[in-house]
Design a protein around this ligand. Structure first.
Ligand SMILES: O=P(O)(O)OC[C@H]1O[C@H](OP(=O)(O)OP(=O)(O)O)[C@H](O)[C@@H]1O
Ligand SMILES: NC(=O)CC[C@H](N)C(=O)O
Length: 494
């Protein structure tokens, strides 16, 4: 099927997220990888891929669509044999949703084959790409991640892991990355640790995964988080023994995990940086009830994202919690669908009012975030249509004013609801609610980390709320006004 994807960089807006998984030395490596990716499906629903190594050859299976669409088929798994495998679920942040951008990306290098899978987004990816192409590189994809392969290829170091470290040294932005060579599985996090990555173990075999829920699904043990700026190299020897070594090759920087992992992205049963995502979300709701109380009859979550915060709000306020909105579980996460029209359509498909719990009541609707406002506008109308007497919106995170360049699907600043209204009252009128309140930044910090935001050295990255970006934004700042925006000449089938 021919498509007419326009690889215009502006049209090619930022989205999020991705999930990565890798396991070394296990006879069921690709089946375990498929299960791990299935648990990470919420992080990326556009495409999935697995690369394996069978001791002789690498094998790659990459598909558009969900993990379950392809990797439940034994024939598909049989095409990725071997005792080492790694995989990726993608939500594109740079480069369209086309097969050649699906990860893991693989390349044949002087030092042998190497596969990489990346969660995050590079803020100097385009700058590096242009430089590499000018030097003669032949790019096969439009993904930012591909530059890492080119940098590895060009490194003068002897070992593949040293070359990988060299490549990481040149990139900026956010990455939780897994790489695989003939004998090594490598996990790395960017110096600020913006994206999560954990090290686990099953039957003594090391595993890297974006979230602990991917370990739980296969009964693997959580060992520890890969630290910010850390590179962990697991190597299988000829006799099958595995060594695990840790390196901190870059100048140290403070850890600044992305707060949105706690607000929205990570699965509530995951532990991110030692904190239960569920407990953090509940605490957000608790703090929200203290900061923004309201007289009401019922607390209703906007499912699924708003549910733990609504439980916290209900517990703190003493207002009964009810499932006043029912979510259709066969519709994906609207926030991470590619176009505004699909988002609007998705919200309608996704939620319906549970009239019996709403009619005649004063409703507090709790959601985790408001980005464009699409969800809130529709849901308030839906709750009113179901007979609610009053509708009060409480949002378990602050207003979003700034775009994200580390992978989150935030629109350009002018399309963020918070930038379209002069004040809260105007925003509330637009949404059609009786009242609207957001959690404060300190309320959010306290819910996640137990302490207020330290303005001199923020404990997390919170740039979407504050504009305080933890890395340089080389591509964004270096873009000349009349620069051609296309990054590929090829229009291709998806
Ligand atoms: O203001 P908006 O642009 O509408 O975006 C914000 C909404 O998007 C997310 O929900 P989503 O439907 O993605 O996922 P969920 O079911 O996981 O909560 C989030 O939980 C908000 O409800
Ligand atoms: N969401 C992600 O982490 C995506 C990784 C990478 N930037 C890509 O677009 O493929």
């Amino acid at each position: 099927m021919a498509t007419s994807f326009d690889l215009d960089l502006d049209g090619d807006t930022l989205h999020e997220e991705c999930g990565v998984f890798g396991i070394l030395g296990h006879p069921d490596a690709s089946a375990l990888t498929a299960l791990g990716l299935h648990a990470l499906q919420h992080r990326g629903q556009e495409a999935a891929g697995i690369v394996s190594f069978d001791g002789r050859q690498f094998h790659s299976e990459r598909q558009l669509g969900l993990v379950g669409d392809h990797f439940t088929n034994p024939m598909t798994l049989a095409r990725v044999p071997g005792n080492m495998a790694m995989g990726h679920v993608r939500y594109s942040t740079t480069g369209e949703t086309i097969l050649r951008n699906v990860q893991p990306l693989f390349a044949e290098l002087e030092v042998g084959g190497i596969a990489i899978a990346h969660n995050g987004n590079l803020t100097n990816g385009l700058t590096l790409r242009r430089r590499l192409i000018a030097q003669g590189a032949i790019c096969q994809s439009t993904s930012d991640t591909e530059v890492v392969l080119h940098l590895i290829a060009r490194s003068q170091r002897a070992s593949s892991s040293d070359r990988f470290v060299d490549a990481l040294g040149a990139i900026e932005g956010a990455y939780a990355m897994v790489a695989m060579t003939r004998t090594k599985l490598i996990g790395a996090r960017d110096p600020n640790g913006i994206r999560p990555l954990v090290l686990g173990e099953l039957d003594g075999k090391p595993i890297f995964a974006s979230e602990t829920c991917a370990l739980d699904i296969i009964g693997a043990k959580f060992i520890r988080d890969v630290e910010n700026g850390e590179v962990v190299v697991c190597e299988i020897q000829a006799d099958g023994t595995i060594t695990v070594e840790s390196y901190k090759p870059f100048p140290p920087r403070p850890e600044r995990m992305c707060l949105f992992e706690y607000v929205y992205f990570a699965r509530p049963d995951s532990m991110v940086a030692g904190r239960s995502v569920y407990a953090a979300r509940k605490a957000m709701g608790y703090n929200l009830a203290r900061e923004a109380p309201v007289e009401a009859d019922v607390v209703v979550p906007v499912p699924d994202g708003g549910t733990p915060a609504a439980i916290g709000y209900a517990q703190a306020s003493g207002i009964p919690f009810e499932l006043g909105i029912i979510r259709n579980h066969y519709v994906g996460r609207t926030f991470i669908e590619p176009t505004q029209s699909i988002r609007a359509f998705g919200v309608k498909l996704k939620h319906s009012a549970n009239r019996a719990e709403i009619e005649g009541k004063r409703v507090v609707l709790v959601d985790d975030s408001i980005v464009r406002g699409t969800t809130s506008v529709k849901i308030v109308q839906m709750i009113r249509d179901a007979g609610a007497r009053e509708v009060h919106i409480r949002v378990a995170s602050p207003m979003i004013f700034h775009s994200d360049y580390y992978g989150i699907d935030t629109p350009d600043p002018e399309n963020l609801l918070a930038n379209q209204h002069p004040d809260l009252a105007s925003m509330c009128r637009f949404i059609g609610a009786d009242s609207l309140q957001f959690l404060s930044i300190d309320g959010l910090y306290e819910a996640v980390g137990g302490e207020k935001r330290n303005p001199k050295a923020p404990q997390f990255t919170d740039h979407y709320f504050t504009g305080d970006y933890p890395t340089s934004l080389t591509d964004l700042n270096g873009r000349a006004k009349n620069e051609p925006k296309k990054i590929s000449l090829l229009k291709e089938a998806g």
